[in-house]
Design a protein around this ligand. Structure first.
Ligand code: SF4
Length: 233
């Protein structure tokens, strides 16, 4: 039933941080259709895989009664043709599923949502339309917008988040993101997460310096809450 294709880089056996309220493991899928300069997982994006999904099944069976959730991360999990069957199998074992995605595969998302195979989605909103290619090396901004609209019109619990690095994104990029979220009636919490200096990145980028004042610019005229991650204040 399962292909022997090695599409998975590694498995983090336990996290309490990634999938709120559910003790989970994380499956890291290889490959990505973006090449973000600040990517924190360059090996996962560039390297060939180490495991097929079938090789992880014994682990999942063993942890069936100990873990509540499985996080599908990467890389970009939706790139892999097997992702539908993988989600179906994981759900049949009783796990909740969280998907981390860059939103470039709205058709895959739609299918997974239609068949109720996901419980939470973290959607990366990389940057403004004008700078999308510069940051991601991918021109398919409209596909991301399609995913955003799809999630906004669905019942799935999800969050939109942006990784912020002050030499790559500007105040105007964030403002445009906020306006787009407002336009599509986003009503959940929007997270701006600081790009960390302490981990390897795809390209060499300067230190991420940012002042408290930066955030004062984003007032509360929006219909959703804005929160910050990995910032010390
Ligand atoms: S940051 Fe995410 S979307 Fe960008 S290259 Fe890395 S894994 Fe892909």
């Amino acid at each position: 039933m399962w292909s022997k294709k090695k599409i998975i880089d590694s498995l983090s056996p336990f996290t309490l941080l990634d999938f709120e309220q559910y003790p989970s493991c994380i499956i890291w899928f290889n490959g990505c259709n973006m090449r973000c300069d600040y990517c924190h997982n360059p090996d996962i994006v560039l390297k060939k895989g180490t495991y097929s999904f079938a090789q992880l099944i014994p682990f999942l069976k063993q942890r069936k009664n100990l873990l509540k959730g499985v996080v599908l991360s990467g890389g970009e999990a939706t790139l892999h043709k097997e992702i539908y069957n993988i989600c179906k199998y994981i759900k049949s074992m009783g796990f909740k599923i969280k998907l981390d995605t860059n939103g470039l595969n709205p058709q895959v998302l739609e299918k997974l949502l239609k068949d109720d195979l996901l419980d939470f989605i973290a959607l990366d909103f990389k940057t403004s339309k004008a700078n999308f290619f510069k940051i991601t090396k991918n021109k398919e901004y409209e596909k991301f917008i399609e995913s955003l609209r799809l999630l906004n019109n669905s019942k799935i619990d999800f969050e939109v988040r942006t990784t912020y690095h002050n030499s790559l994104l500007s105040k105007n990029d964030i403002k445009e993101i906020l306006e787009v979220l407002q336009k599509y009636k986003y009503s959940k919490t929007y997270y701006i997460q600081k790009c960390l200096d302490s981990v390897p990145t795809l390209l060499n980028i300067p230190k991420n310096t940012i002042s408290k004042e930066f955030f004062k610019q984003f007032n509360d005229k929006y219909n959703f809450e804005i929160k910050y991650r990995n910032f010390d204040y």
